[in-house]
Design a protein around this ligand. Sequence first.
Ligand code: AMP
Length: 185
Amino acid sequence: MRLLIMGPPGAGKGTQAAVISQRLGVPHISTGDLFRANLAQGTALGQEAKKYMDAGEYVPDSVTNGMVRERLREEDARDGFLLDGYPRTVQQVAELDGMLAGKELDRVIELTADTDAIVGRLMNRSLQQGRADDTEEVIRRRLEVYEEQTAPLTQLYKTRGVLVNVDGLGEVADITERIFTALNA
Ligand code: AMP
């Protein structure tokens, strides 16, 4: 299965993606995680990405697309994957279409959550994980950027007939069940 999980920052994409990829036996490919791993290893790509991440802005496509292209070429992604956080713009959708060369996404899961719940969750995560981009100001900017640049992608995938909407509020296990029910429908 070739899957994408999307939703505003704090909707629980990362948590659900980890569970789903494990159950389906496909790699979880998160661009945010790849950037953070690069940063931890001190690579040039990581240093470059950090400038944007810390401000709540998207990392330029010149950095992001190549990183995803390479990751998708790895052996473990040959028979399926779960993308998390990519594509995030209309241009990235076009890039991904090119990378997949006709092997389109089977399903796009949109996790929905309201803004108040999201800000609360992210403030909590900042206490637990200390992510530099989880301050209130940056959170607000990330939500804005999501609305402007990423939310429109749901319409695009809806038109392609692959979108499934899942309510992202509630217990982690309940949300996972909702996702599998939606995928099997
Ligand atoms: P995430 O862990 O998915 O919340 O991503 C953390 C940050 O990484 C985002 O706020 C962006 O700065 C950057 N990022 C992740 N994925 C992308 C992408 N597809 N395009 C541009 N920037 C991205």
